[in-house]
Design a binder for this molecule. Structure first.
Ligand code: ADP
Length: 468
């Protein structure tokens, strides 16, 4: 697998969780899997083993001084070390701005992954994730089309989020030493730019997204980000495989990051978690018997946080409380900050990336809000089910695939009033203690473990290789 993230070493969102869980899940099914990611500045070299010195990585005639390290994970996790490119403060950018040489950074990642396949890990399938690895299929179809090492090698491209496409000026093509013939609408050209995600979409042998609903949605203009036509053209090769949950990390029975453990048989620990969470956010103890809503999210337009701001005044009329954790767009951070300033007794906010706190919020809240504009898979709603925290979600993508009437509340239209109606229904149900508890328990019983998704990926690999 080629990826820009893998939990726990490098994470900004769900992609990291997926790669970090799918690889070991595939191994437990008997597949041989290795993962290649960049060695970012935040990953300490001391914990790594150097396994290949000075891999020959060139973009055209320009050499890059690349070494490959291996991390002590349960599966071979290779890190591409090239400090001038990757040892920086962020993964993709800093201060809300993308790094200007991202086209080079992820071209080098693709070429380094090919070097790993050549020297370290004999590869039958390159499973590429998102635009950052979109050049792997493109190079294999052009520069390396006749390279004996890669004869018969197949590619799978997984779209985790179509909203991120890796768009660069036309000059990127030459700088990444990509064949000029790729610059065409049914190749990597996208309205006068070079699109790295189209490298995957146009040239991978198979494509998938992270839920069946999202696989359908992205072929429509509403969710297609201008790529619906390109995706329709490949619809025969495009499927949806729902993400799974790593229950070793996300299970209230064993979670070491929450103040008290609990299970479907004994929910008393959940009340303790709620009590502590209210304390931590300075919310009044009287909130203990009222609905407490939670949000853990990247603060981007995609996640629909603006809808929550729209309905904030109703927190008081409904007598409910909210805790929110997230970082991202400065405008959305300001919006959420303002919520807390206007309703200090109702709303608690932390503008940071804080995994232990994410666990405490999952455990300590009653309802979890995900009013996303679109949601390829979404993980938090599945974590919420396991923690007996009832999801209130927009009926889109993976949210629609994972939440049913008996386990959560869904609304269709992306609007404040529609969200409010769903919250009101949830609050009404909350006041019917036994009905609410039955709903929590139904969610806690749901099983979205990786085994199912990994089995589906293994099946897809087999079909690609003509073995299944
Ligand atoms: P996306 O990949 O679009 O960000 P997902 O729901 O698929 O959304 O995955 C988000 C992952 O990132 C979850 O594991 C979630 O807990 C985590 N996460 C997002 N924001 C934060 C944050 N501010 N602090 C801690 N974890 C976060």
């Amino acid at each position: 697998m080629v990826s820009s993230e893998a939990a726990p070493l490098a994470k900004t969102g769900g992609l990291a969780d997926v790669v970090g869980s799918l690889a070991p899940a595939l191994r437990s099914l008997g597949e041989e899997v290795a993962v290649v990611i960049p060695r970012y500045g935040s990953i300490d070299l001391k914990s790594l083993r150097r396994v290949y010195d000075r891999a020959p990585v060139f973009l055209g005639l320009t050499p890059y001084d690349v070494s490959i390290y291996q991390a002590p994970e349960a599966y071979p996790l290779y890190l591409v070390d090239c400090p001038p490119l990757y040892a920086r403060g962020g993964l993709y950018g800093e201060g809300g701005k993308d790094y200007p040489d991202n086209h080079i950074r992820f071209a080098v990642l693709a070429r380094a992954a090919l070097a790993v396949a050549r020297f370290l890990f004999k590869t039958e399938i390159f499973h590429c994730h998102d635009w950052q690895s979109g050049l792997v299929p493109a190079y294999l179809r052009t520069t390396f089309a006749y390279d004996p090492t890669f004869l018969g090698v197949k590619t799978l491209f997984t779209i985790h989020n179509l909203g991120y496409q890796g768009l660069f000026p036309k000059t990127a093509l030459a700088e990444a030493a990509l064949d000029g013939s790729l610059y065409r609408p049914d190749g990597m050209e996208f309205f006068g730019k070079v699109s790295y995600i189209k490298g995957g979409i146009a040239f991978a042998d198979a494509l998938n997204t992270v839920s069946p609903a999202y696989a359908r949605e992205i072929q429509t203009p509403e969710f297609g980000f201008g790529l619906d036509g390109a995706l329709q053209a490949r619809s025969g090769a495009l499927t949806g495989i729902l993400n799974g949950v790593d229950y070793r990390a996300w299970n209230p029975e064993t979670d070491a990051l929450i103040p008290a453990r609990y299970s479907a048989r004994d929910l008393s620990g959940k009340r303790k978690c709620k009590e502590k969470l209210l304390e931590e956010f300075g919310l009044p103890p009287s909130a203990l018997d009222r609905p407490l809503l939670g949000i853990v999210s990247r603060f981007t337009r995609q996640k629909g946080i603006d809808l929550i701001a729209e309905i904030a005044d109703h927190l008081v009329t409904e007598d409910i409380y909210l805790v929110a954790l997230g970082t991202g767009d400065p405008e959305i951070e300001a919006l959420v900050g303002k919520l807390a300033a206007t309703h200090p007794d109702r709303v608690g906010v932390r503008l940071s990336f804080d995994n232990p706190l994410a666990h405490r919020i999952e455990a300590g809240t009653d309802m979890f809000l995900m009013p996303s504009r679109y949601e390829p898979s979404g993980l938090n709603q599945m974590y919420s089910l396991k923690y007996g925290t009832v999801p209130v979600v927009r009926a889109a993508g993976g949210l629609n695939d994972t939440i049913e009437d008996g386990t959560g509340f869904k609304f269709a239209e992306h609007s404040g009033p529609a969200l409010l109606a769903a919250i009101r229904e949830a609050v009404r149900t909350y006041s019917q203690g036994e009905v609410w508890k039955a709903m929590m328990l139904r969610g806690m019983e749901k099983d979205f473990s990786w085994n199912r998704s990994a089995t589906a990926y293994a099946g897809l690999y087999r079909r690609l290789l003509g073995r299944g």
